[in-house]
Design a protein. Sequence first.
Length: 284
Amino acid sequence: MELALGTVQFGMAYGIAGSGAAVPAGEAAAILACAFEAGVRWLDTAAAYGDAEARLRSLMGRHAFKIVTKLRPAPADRHGDALAQWAQEELQRSRECLGDALRVLMFHRPEDLLSPDGPLLWEAAARFARDAHCALGVSCYEPATLEKLRLHYPIELAQLPGNALDQRLAQAQPRVAIHLRSAFLQGLLLMPLEQGARRLPAAAAALGRWHGWCRERGLAPLVAALGIAKGLPAVTHCVVGAETLAQFEAIARAWQDAPVLHAPELAVDDLAVIDPRHWKAVSA
Ligand SMILES: NC(=O)c1ccc[n+]([C@@H]2O[C@H](COP(=O)([O-])OP(=O)(O)OC[C@H]3O[C@@H](n4cnc5c(N)ncnc54)[C@H](OP(=O)(O)O)[C@@H]3O)[C@@H](O)[C@H]2O)c1
């Protein structure tokens, strides 16, 4: 399994713990240089991440990363040929931004593929991916959506969330290559317990068990979180986010130290805890 770097933080304010602003260009470039030195070769981005996709090549400088990008959610007022034209234009724009570094295209809202226009949208993206020598995949919020889509489309790889509290991946045993995200549950698993419980009260009990589990094993939450990511099935890349160079340096060190860990006892089913779309977060 490889460590990969996510870039939403470079293009917009993001995350329950976020600083409320995009990472400044100088810091983003320093994080990318450090990541490349640490052996990271894959970046995760999307057209919907503010201006991250447009600025990524200048931020990465001479470092030859390979990039995953994502097609925006399809506009509701486009159908048939107009929708295929829209997809073509969107993907062409991503290609112009990322050049030969672009290696994987994902649907950012895979539910678009379950609509009546789904097959047409898939075909338009598949045609583009073939011409651009890219793989085609989907970014989902739960394994069940991936299984549903695989009944209709030859999906090669997918991005899914997974961490100590969200272990649906372990139960699903997917049969495609997985790019794992949310290893830190947007930073919630790395916050001091009081701060995390204050931010997301629904997660207070689960976070208490998490920090107790780490303490009993003498593990720093950052090392434990990455160790649990290493223990999840079918994962080829662990996509992490960082807002500062210091955060990424700590991630790179912890990745080296993290043993493969399994903690089914920490798993939570409550979407109000594990799915950011259902969060009722309390601002700082
Ligand atoms: N639908 C999708 O396709 C989708 C959705 C979400 C994310 N993603 C991708 O996944 C990437 C990662 O995002 P994620 O949601 O999965 O986040 P994550 O990796 O679970 O957590 C990242 C957050 O953890 C905190 N953090 C990181 N290193 C730390 C350290 N050393 N010490 C303390 N806190 C630290 C930072 O938040 P603070 O500094 O704010 O604490 C950072 O923003 C994104 O950049 C994006 O590329 C994709």
